[in-house]
Write a protein that binds this ligand. Structure first.
Ligand SMILES: [Zn+2]
Length: 156
């Protein structure tokens, strides 16, 4: 699996981010890889790696930056600094260019319908749940199991 911040996950499922740069190149060309924000959640979707190559950061073009999520080169340098600490033009990284695997994105609401929280994350069996109130959503983003009152949870 590949880890992304939540903003980048959203850009990927919207088709606006089709490349990522990494220190290690452990995935093969053609591999199908789950994408998620952290270890203990289900993948939000799957991507298929279409192209893999090495490149010094300093050799990036405006087009490369655009594939990273609609950034200009200047913007991408800032994003990279935020994520990796520093921008070293001579640093050689692995570039993965990818596509979203059709139908692999588990849909979920932007905000929980019950409590308004944005922390609605993919879970098991194509379901998503709200980290704040426990509401569960199906793969179409519809509420399926409302939160049980705390008293009931304690006795269940
Ligand atoms: Zn909620």
């Amino acid at each position: 699996m590949l880890f992304f911040n939540r903003h980048h996950l959203r850009l990927i499922v919207e088709g606006k981010k089709t490349a990522t740069r990494r220190r290690k190149g452990r995935f093969k060309n053609g591999a199908v890889v789950g994408i998620r924000h952290w270890m203990f959640e289900k993948s939000l979707a799957k991507i298929r790696i279409l192209r893999k190559y090495q490149q010094p950061l300093g050799a990036m073009t405006e087009e490369d930056a655009n594939k990273e999520g609609g950034y200009t080169l200047k913007q991408f340098r800032e994003v990279w600094r935020e994520i990796s600490g520093s921008w070293e033009p001579a640093q050689v990284v692995w570039v993965y260019e990818f596509e979203l695997v059709a139908g692999s994105h588990v849909k979920r609401p932007e905000h929980c319908h019950l409590c308004g929280s944005w922390k609605v994350f993919p879970h098991n069996f194509g379901l998503s749940d709200c980290e704040d109130c426990g509401a569960i959503y199906n793969g179409q983003g519809e509420l399926v199991i409302p939160q049980l009152p705390l008293v009931l949870q304690a006795t269940a």
